[in-house]
Write a protein that binds this ligand. Structure first.
Ligand code: HEM
Length: 888
């Protein structure tokens, strides 16, 4: 065997892996620092990914890159499968019964086989599923009680610890140890906790053999004391269990726990004992607690901390969860496979915060050669998985918490084959409990994210969170995470839903953007369409084939006629009002709507349908106004199908009535004037096409009236191009860039369909790194996009000039301006609408001077919006037309 002095000579000769200079006696101990994983990573940058350190007299090789780890586990796994036993682990109880601390050999093999074939085997884990979900349910309940319904901060780490402890307790003895009623359980918890605390303390006796017998910090003595107490208690549980099983005998139906497995074990009596002594059982039991609780707790606490530190990610993982597990249900283990993002969150947590940053220290069972270096027998081997998980050579933006990286196809997992990500180790000594951890970690985290919304305590901002690490038995968060759990009630709470939407959904949704980013997930209940039947109407028009270009070109004279009619009606209406001694104000939306409606009627049926003076015209307009009112109110029955027949707010009744009125009128026009029998979709087309065009012209007029200087410019351009002696024609449009800019600016600020027409995801889609599950309704907030300060300078000002000399238009190619949508489902009426809005607005400006009532100053024109079928002006624009001499 090589002596210590011998090792050092070998190092000097360059046969041992290189390393920093060491001091006599203490070696490199002073370079350990408070965060050895970090200090070692720093040293490795200088001395290489396989490096020798002297911890006192303990020669240590540190592996710090995936390539070196691959070499170790692939080619030297057996010889490096020993365990370095620390002082605290040594005791009278020895390492005889322990899987973690036993050296590689027959005893270890027997225990390991027991673990993999009995404890963590799928069939046993499946049969104990209810045990796990029970522990997690109790944790949710404890947190709910402690959080006092969303007002009080809780230390989540403590709850995770209790849950993991009880979980192991149940796996071992079918017993909740941490039950206030079980005093012995609480004592066991106390002593086990102390042992873990002591094991995490650096012990000088490990590094300086001379001091070993002195046990200078008393760590060994104290550890032994607590281990003994814990063993006594566990021994009591075991005895009781043996008593019970003698009394009752085991029946086949009884679910076996780990203790049953240990008690029933019968070995060959040669390489393995014929049966386990109670001491061995005690050691194995105790070891499961030490191995399982702190690792699970630390991972879950870090996962929560990272999510709160990255609210968008939190939002995203909750969205995924709540789309897969409805709020009235509990998350179950079988849901995990449908929650790829949640699994990715767990992996990303383990990448950045492996609970055992050096694995459990390995030891060379014999001397060997690795990567050309000599590794003497009994060298301690530390694999710095913390540094490997943050290696910039392997990981892009290694310090950023980005679960998306694990969503890519063929991405790595932690099963020990991808050496860039080995939080559970690899090879023979790899953690045997991976199958258990893969179930518990996502279930525990997912259940908490599903049951509660989480708010940081004391108004702490995510970016101000302290994310420092503290090294104990595992790598924990230095400052315990304090968060307020707000019970999540999901969509059955109507208040929540109404808040989500409001009567101005585009504004509400835009308001969520600063907090949640550009893609926001909302759970709007069970339905797929947000505004019930009206959106469906609009959706249909976009798939109709009626608006083909050729037809539009051929029908220019019809539009001209409809616009002329409008001008004439306005003139007559104003004259009649003046004759009645009124101011001559006309209700613009009424005439605009009639114009647009007739236009569609003419296009489709070659008939005028409305006459502004007719009784039907007024009745129709009134019904339309009512529909707008009803459709502007969110209807709970649209979100909750089971409420449909109740029609709780009576909206549906009213809507059906008014919709019926409008539809009947349309049908009667159609039948009367066109003698057409079956008209289905076309009826809807009338409403949708008329609404969008007329509301756009109304907004354009309103904006120009508010900005007289802009009105003057638009007028000047018209006078110059068209002149006083003829009407505006569609062919003039190319010569009217300012008018076009006015219309673009109007559609930017006031898109008629602010959320476009909702789309449905036809299949699960990965969209910009987010999972959009099949059937999700996708709303594009064109209104918010048009007002985005990142895309538009001074976005809230009406400035047509911004479009002069620019190529931006609304044909679906410039995504900052998409009032008609884009892509396959872009409004099929875009060319028609383009012509109608320009012709309509131009004719109105060219035919009349417009005056406001003398009490109203331009800048005080009410520009509030109202959401109906389209986004209308809340207060209908009423203005006085004065026929322009120029237009005679
Ligand atoms: C987040 C959860 C967990 C992580 C990250 C983790 C990680 C690890 C690591 C890194 C090792 C050492 C591998 C090596 O030395 O090469 C290990 C070993 C071990 N783990 Fe886990 N573990 C977790 C949960 C558990 C649980 C829940 C249990 C038991 C209930 C458990 C039982 C063990 C045992 C018995 C060993 C020793 C294996 C041996 O030496 O052969 N672990 N674990």
């Amino acid at each position: 065997m090589v002596t210590e002095r011998g090792y050092r000579r070998l190092e000097e000769q360059g046969q041992l892996p290189p390393g920093p200079r060491w001091w006599p006696v203490v070696g490199n101990i002073f370079q350990l620092g408070w965060a050895p994983h970090e200090s070692f990573a720093k040293l490795a940058r200088k001395h290489g990914p396989i490096m020798t350190l002297w911890l006192g007299s303990m020669s240590t090789v540190v592996i710090s890159s995936s390539e070196e780890a691959r070499e170790m586990f692939k080619n030297h796994d057996v010889v490096l499968a020993g365990r370095k036993i620390y002082e605290a682990m040594k005791g009278d109880y020895g390492s005889e019964g322990s899987l973690i601390t036993s050296q590689y050999g027959p005893h270890w093999r027997m225990l390991r086989r027991l673990s993999t074939t009995q404890f963590f085997v799928t069939s046993r884990l499946d049969s104990m599923q209810t045990v796990r979900s029970g522990c997690i349910d109790r944790m949710v309940q404890f947190i709910q009680d402690a959080g006092e319904s969303g007002t009080k901060a809780v230390d989540v780490g403590r709850f995770f610890f209790v849950m993991s402890f009880n979980l192991i307790g149940n796996l071992m003895f079918s017993k909740d140890l941490l039950d206030p009623k079980s005093e012995r359980g609480m004592q066991f918890f106390h002593h086990a906790g102390k042992v873990m605390e002591l094991a995490g303390k650096p012990n000088v006796a490990d590094f300086l053999p001379l001091l070993r017998c002195l046990d200078p910090q008393g760590i060994r003595r104290k550890t032994q004391f607590h281990v003994e107490r814990a063993f006594e208690i566990a021994g009591g549980f075991i005895k009781e269990r043996i008593g019970i099983s003698m009394e009752n005998g085991y029946t086949e139906e009884k679910r076996k726990d780990f203790l049953d497995v240990l008690l029933e074990f019968r070995g060959d009596g040669v390489e393995e004992p014929s049966k386990f002594s109670s001491r061995t059982i005690n050691v194995i039991v105790f070891e499961m607690f030490t191995a399982g609780t702190d690792t699970t707790t630390s991972t879950l606490e870090w996962a929560m901390a990272e999510l709160l530190h990255n609210p968008k990610t939190l939002n995203k993982v909750q969205a995924e969860l709540r789309s897969i597990v409805t709020p009235d249900k509990k998350m179950e283990e079988r849901d995990i496979e449908n929650l790829p993002y949640l699994k990715a969150v767990i992996k990303e947590t383990l990448r950045l915060h492996p609970p055992l940053p050096f694995l459990v220290p390995h030891m060379a069972m014999d001397s060997c050669k690795m990567l050309g270096y000599y590794i003497p027998k009994e060298t301690q081997i530390l694999v710095n998985v913390w540094a490997i998980g943050r290696d910039p050579k392997t990981w892009k933006d290694p310090l950023v918490f980005k679960p998306e990286r694990f969503l890519e196809p063929n991405m790595v997992d932690y099963k020990g084959h991808h050496f860039e990500f080995i939080p559970f180790g690899s090879g023979r000594r790899m953690c045997p409990a991976v199958p258990l951890a893969s179930r518990v970690l996502p279930l525990a985290l997912g259940s908490l994210l599903h049951s509660f919304d989480w708010v940081l305590a004391d108004g702490l901002k995510p970016e101000d969170m302290d994310m420092t690490e503290r090294m104990g038995i595992t790598l924990r968060k230095a400052v315990p995470l304090k968060v307020i759990p707000v019970p999540y009630k999901g969509w059955p709470v109507f208040g929540n839903m109404t808040f989500d939407l409001g009567t101005m959904p585009h504004r509400t949704l835009a308001g969520l953007r600063p907090k949640y980013g550009h893609i926001v997930w909302l759970n709007l209940g069970a339905i797929k369409t947000m505004y019930g039947p009206y959106w469906r109407i609009l959706r249909r028009i976009s798939s109709m084939e009626l608006l083909v270009n050729k037809r539009i070109n051929d029908t220019a004279p019809l539009r001209r006629k409809c616009v002329d009619d409008m001008v004439r009606w306005i003139e007559e209406d104003a004259a009649a009002a003046l004759a009645r001694g009124e101011s001559g104000e006309v209700n613009m939306p009424h005439f605009l709507f009639c114009m647009a409606f007739n236009l569609v009627g003419n296009l489709m049926l070659s008939r005028d349908l409305l006459d502004s003076q007719s009784k039907e015209g007024h009745e129709f307009f009134d019904a339309m106004g009512k529909i707008m009112e009803w459709s502007g109110k969110p209807n709970v029955a649209d979100f909750f199908p089971f409420l449909k027949w109740l029609d709780p707010q009576g909206y549906k009744r009213n809507m059906v009535r008014d919709m019926g009125r409008a539809m009947n009128l349309v049908s009667s026009f159609v039948e009367k004037r066109a003698q057409e029998g079956q008209i289905g979709k076309e009826k809807e087309m009338f409403l949708a096409g008329s609404e969008t065009t007329s509301s756009s012209i109304e907004w354009g007029m309103a904006e120009l009236l508010r900005n007289p200087e802009l009105m003057r410019k638009a007028r000047e351009e018209l006078d110059r191009v068209v002149g006083p002696n003829r009407k505006v024609e569609e062919r003039d449009m190319d010569e009217l860039p300012y008018l076009q800019a006015v219309m673009k600016e109007t559609l930017r600020l006031h898109p008629a369909l602010p959320l476009l027409v909702p789309r449905n995801a036809l299949q699960d889609t990965n969209f910009m790194g987010y999972l959009i599950p099949k059937s999700t309704q996708v709303l594009v907030n064109a209104w918010a996009i048009g007002r985005d300060p990142d895309a538009w300078e001074d976005p809230l000002s009406f400035k047509p000039e911004r479009f002069l000399g620019s190529n931006i238009d609304y044909k679906g190619q410039n995504f900052e301006l998409i009032p008609f949508g884009s892509g396959r489902r872009i409004c099929v009426g875009v060319s028609l609408a383009h012509r109608v809005v320009h012709l309509g607005l131009a004719s109105l400006l060219h035919s009349f001077d417009w005056e406001l009532d003398s009490n109203i100053a331009p800048e005080t024109i009410d520009m509030n919006e109202r959401m109906g079928i389209t986004l209308r002006k809340l207060v209908p624009l009423k203005i006085i037309p004065r026929k322009r001499i120029a237009c005679e």
